[in-house]
Design a protein around this ligand. Sequence first.
Ligand SMILES: Cc1cc2nc3c(=O)[nH]c(=O)nc-3n(C[C@H](O)[C@H](O)[C@H](O)COP(=O)(O)O)c2cc1C
Length: 87
Amino acid sequence: MSDRITEFIGYPIWWGGTVWPANHFVTDHDFIGKKVILFAASSSSPLGSSGDDLATMVGTGDWQEGQRLSSNASAGEVSSWVESLDL
Ligand SMILES: Cc1cc2nc3c(=O)[nH]c(=O)nc-3n(C[C@H](O)[C@H](O)[C@H](O)COP(=O)(O)O)c2cc1C
C-alpha cells in the first residue's frame, strides 16, 4: 500500500459480488486516514453491495460509493469517470 491519501481499489465482479483476492487485499491493509475509491468491472451485473461489503470487511477508511464499469470499457470511458471525480 502506498503513502497516498487516496487509493483506487478495482476488482472484477464474480457471481454478483467481490472476488477473494480483492477481499484478502483489503483486509491485509490499513486504510486509516485514506479515502478509498472503488471501481469494479462486470459483464452486466451492477456493483450491488460489493463495495459496502469490502468497506465492512475493512472497517477503516473513508470508502466512497463505487463505480461499475463494463468489462469492455474504453480508455476514454475510464478517463471520463476519473476526471468526473474532481480529485
Ligand atoms: C468466474 C467468473 C464469474 C463471473 N461472474 C460475473 C457476474 O456474476 N456478473 C457479471 O456481470 N460478470 C461476471 N463475470 C465477468 C467478469 O466480471 C469479467 O470477466 C471481468 O469484468 C473482466 O472482464 P474481461 O473478462 O473482459 O477482462 C464473471 C467472470 C468470471 C471469470
